[in-house]
Design a protein around this ligand. Structure first.
Ligand code: GLC
Length: 607
């Protein structure tokens, strides 16, 4: 028997979709609308239920410190089960590769988005997308829940570092990462149609639609109160760019707009996103978002399924209770509460993405990509991003006597602070695990490692996280570098209404800076309160955001091999009670305005 049309790569995508959907049973269609977590995905479940997608929730992998090859083997096993299903529809495997393929041991870890926003370099950010896609595909994974295109209007939001900026236009510029992740659609390619160039690209996901960064007081999953015009102008505009670049999927936000949950806003998900903006990929829910539509959590789940699917959600990231989800969804279709036309629309969108992603032709991993994971070329790109992300906020107590660049041949350097030699801290959340953690969590270069590689062999580097007053008094240090900041956090656990420097950072700075000329490097996902009496003791101050695995990017600049280029992507407030505060508002009275950034005025060979 000849191959069915849907299996013919030469056939037009829309023809393949129509042919395949005409062959599908209701169970197979509903299976495609289901995304489950790998921990509940057995071979028989994937095959018998025709599951559309599997994901790794943050930190969920084959085993601790699993390499790309281990991941690829795991994903291929799931895929082989999917290919054994009646129609052989391949499964999409998804993961949060939000600053590199941050789940895989040894992968290149880039600065989080807030640092990329400080670079304002859309070409570099696009290249980072390309590299991330290669390292994700090297793990056999096809689908990356990135980029987050939130416009973060309040640094108290626990996901602030996932946002490129508080400025919509800067976020729009950074959506170039979509072309990096998915590839660049050719001129003649249909407008707004999902696009994936090839086997070193991934299905991307613009998230979280819409207004996730604009909630009242920055409360995660909270409520964004605004006119539609402001919602569109401030928070929706980056989606125009993602859709015009062919983004394949959009993730609905947990948050609400004017009291309506996004996951049950037919107006925003269907009338605006699909009809007005012409989005032709699929809308995926956030994890357990349907459970959060009801109170108490998870009660009247069937109503939540009804509301979300009829509002325009196409695939549900269940991700664990898939039997209940499918039971409720099946009941709702059989009773006609969810029309078959809605199901067919959802399944068409899902199949469209799978066809354009080449999944039917290349369902299994390409092991030849594994050597690129964490390779020098990729790490050099990450190191460049670190350099360009650094923002110099103070350079010398007397502007006429700049403190930086530091002397590589200094006699004795004191390096202090909990973040000076902690790869996990410099990577932040969404690294190795969901929430991130301290320590040597992957391969990379800490700031201490980088300093040792940078300074002259006669220079003594004394690393002491919390030096005693004796240490400070008894040794004549040329200068001190104090590296402090936030410990890793993610999502709601990052909501913070104090925004002070943790781990007694101010006391440490004061004790050192009052005795030794001091540079402070802040590792954080956002601006933090800088106490004036402490700040005036400091000789120089650098905001390094969450730089990722390549700490060498920091020493490249502070020791003068490169000039500072970074400029604030967000407002640096004076006091928390000023928040929310954005440029253009009448109460705008920042410590440092968005766009601020000093230079060292290097005169020698500026690379
Ligand atoms: C999380 C996040 C979302 C992520 C998803 C899968 O709760 O909100 O950004 O892509 O679940 O991990």
């Amino acid at each position: 028997m000849s191959n069915p049309i849907y299996k013919d790569p030469a056939a037009p995508t829309e023809t393949r979709i129509k042919d395949l959907i005409s062959r599908m049973t209701l169970d197979e269609k509903l299976g495609q609308m289901t995304q489950i977590e790998r921990s509940v995905a057995t071979s028989s479940v994937v095959k018998e239920l025709c599951i559309g997608s599997i994901l790794s929730c943050g930190g969920s992998g084959p085993f601790e410190n699993a390499t790309s090859a281990d991941w690829a083997d795991m994903v291929d096993l799931f895929q082989k089960s999917a290919l054994e299903s009646r129609l052989g529809i391949p499964v999409l495997y998804g993961i949060d590769g939000v600053h590199g393929n941050n789940n895989v041991f040894g992968a290149t870890i880039f600065p989080h988005n807030v640092g990329l926003g400080a670079t304002r370099d859309h070409d570099l950010v696009r290249t980072i997308g390309e590299v991330t896609a290669i390292e994700v595909r090297a793990s056999g994974i096809h689908y990356d829940f990135a980029p987050c295109v939130a416009v973060c209007k309040d640094p108290r939001w626990g996901r602030c570092y996932e946002s490129f900026s508080e400025d919509t236009d800067l976020v729009r510029k950074m959506t170039s990462i979509v072309k990096g992740l998915q590839g660049d659609p050719p001129e003649e390619y249909p407008k707004n149609y999902p696009f994936v160039a090839g086997r070193t690209n991934v299905v991307a996901c613009a998230k979280h639609f819409v207004g996730d960064g604009g909630t009242e007081n920055g409360v995660n999953e909270g409520n964004t109160v605004s006119s539609y015009e402001d919602l569109e102008r401030i928070h929706m505009a980056p989606y125009f760019d993602c859709i015009s670049q062919g983004v394949c999927t959009v993730m609905a936000s947990y948050s609400s707009w004017n009291g309506t949950k996004l996951h049950e806003s037919h107006y925003l998900l269907t009338q605006v996103l699909k009809e007005k903006l012409g989005f032709k990929g699929f809308v995926i829910s956030d994890s357990e978002a349907l459970d959060r539509l009801s109170h108490p959590y998870g009660s009247n789940y069937r109503k939540c399924v009804l509301s979300a699917i009829n509002s325009g959600v196409d695939m549900v990231m269940v991700p664990l209770r898939y039997e209940l989800y499918l039971e409720d969804l099946t009941h709702l279709v059989e009773t006609g509460e969810i029309p078959m036309s809605r199901i067919d629309d959802a399944v068409e969108r899902i199949l469209r993405v799978k066809f354009v992603a080449g999944l039917f032709e290349h369902p299994l991993s390409d092991k030849s990509l594994i050597d690129f994971v964490g390779c020098k070329l990729h790490r050099d790109i990450a190191r460049e991003a670190v350099r360009k992300s650094l923002v110099l906020l103070k350079n010398g107590k007397d502007p006429k006597k700049p403190f930086l660049p530091l002397d590589k041949c200094a006699k004795r350097i004191l390096l202090a602070g909990a973040h000076a030699d902690d790869l996990g801290y410099q990577c932040g959340g969404w690294t190795a695990t969901w929430e991130g953690k301290s320590g040597r969590i992957t391969k990379g270069t800490t700031i201490l490692d980088a300093i040792k590689e940078t300074v002259g062999d006669k220079t003594e580097v004394i690393y002491d996280q919390n030096p005693s007053s004796e240490t400070l008094a008894n040794q004549d240090f040329s200068f001190a570098i104090v590296v402090i900041g936030e410990t890793p956090y993610v999502e709601t656990m990052g909501d913070n209404s104090e925004l002070t420097i943790p781990l007694n950072g101010n006391e440490l700075i004061s004790s050192i800076a009052s005795r030794i000329p001091t540079l402070v490097v802040l590792i954080s996902g956002r601006p933090l309160v800088l106490e004036p009496d402490v700040f005036e003791k400091i000789d120089a101050f650098v905001a390094a955001w969450l730089p990722g695995s390549e700490g060498g990017g920091i020493t490249d600049v502070i020791f003068g091999d490169y000039e500072f280029e970074g400029r604030l992507p967000v407002t640096w407030f004076k006091r928390v009670k000023q928040l929310p505060m954005s440029a253009g508002e009448k109460n705008y009275d920042p410590l440092f305005p968005i766009g601020f950034g000093l230079k060292m005025k290097l005169v020698h060979n500026m690379s």
